[in-house]
Design a binder for this molecule. Structure first.
Ligand code: SAH
Length: 280
């Protein structure tokens, strides 16, 4: 058991026989490890092909192509956020705002497949928006997923939300690092533990990983801006990777007169993280 949400189908080991029969391309990447089929998880391309197979086999997503320079999101933990939001929203036809959807458009694709939710995805990176739009079109999901470009990289909701918008929930996997230097240092540490060091594990372009001021500043801006839009979204949520960030968010949410605040813990293997939720 991997301690994912009970509804997450990835709580069990991957069934490589099923995946291989669905996507023969995967056979080039499968290796034998401890008598079981696996892939080399430090090889970015192998991870990308595995993820494509998972999306096509379990989520009906037949096209998912984007540059290897972009971040390759792991499917089990991304879909976990969706399952936890289902508990929070408990509504069958929710409308969701995904802040920083990325080139992969991963949350809208999963959320639509699992719950038939409709999504608006945002990003500052115009190339990511174009790539995500191509994925949406190729999967014929234009009716369910639309995108908006954030033109000011310092803003999160301002410039995105419109007068007639109404969302049940917003979600976000925020950029993590304060600077190039911080990203490189982290990567160097990570590479020490890998057999085949990569330039950046799972890729990721500068703007995908870095926000001036880091995760802390991003979250504070998001929270502050959300106070202008209390009537436009029932719950605002975000992943918060640093546990220490939660207390200050709670304090700020209370100062901004939000009357709901909630933390949903998540455990993915030996990594713990959390979804912070607020609403007013
Ligand atoms: N949701 C994807 C990508 C997360 S990476 C996933 O979970 O894999 C963070 C994303 O936020 C990047 O795509 C980056 O371009 C975007 N981003 C950075 N600043 C932003 C802002 N102010 N508004 C919207 N998106 C932003």
């Amino acid at each position: 058991m991997k301690q994912l949400h009970p509804n997450n189908i990835h709580n069990q080991d991957y069934d490589f026989d099923v995946l291989l029969s669905n996507n023969p391309e995967l056979s080039e990447h499968v290796i034998e490890q401890y008598g079981k089929k696996s892939i080399d998880f430090s090889n970015h391309e192998s991870v990308r092909v595995l993820n494509k197979s998972l999306l096509s086999t379990y989520y009906g997503i037949k096209y998912w192509d984007f540059s290897l320079q972009n971040l390759t999101p792991p499917i089990p933990s991304r879909v976990d956020y969706i399952h936890h939001l289902s508990d929070l929203v408990s509504k069958s036809s929710a409308k969701v705002l995904d802040i920083g959807t990325g080139a992969s458009c991963i949350y809208p694709l999963l959320g639509h497949s699992v719950n038939e939710w409709t999504f608006v995805g945002t990003d500052v990176d115009i190339n990511s928006i174009k790539t995500a739009q191509n994925i949406i079109s190729k999967n014929q999901l234009e009716q369910s997923i639309s995108l908006r470009h954030q033109k000011d990289s310092t803003q999160i909701l301002i410039g995105i939300l419109r007068d007639d918008d109404s969302f049940d929930v917003s979600m976000c996997n925020p950029p993590f690092y304060k600077s190039d230097k911080e990203a490189q240092n982290h990567n160097r540490r990570k590479n020490k533990n890998l057999k085949t060091p990569t330039k950046r594990n799972f890729g990721g372009m500068r703007s995908e990983l870095i926000y001036e001021g880091g995760e802390h500043r991003f979250l504070n801006t998001y929270l502050y801006e959300s106070s202008f839009y209390k009537d436009k979204c029932s719950w605002f949520t975000s992943l918060v990777s640093r546990k220490e960030g939660v207390k200050s968010l709670e304090k700020s949410a209370s100062k901004l007169n939000f009357n709901r605040f909630k933390v949903i813990p998540m455990k993915h293997g030996n990594k713990t993280t959390r979804i912070v939720c607020w609403g007013g």
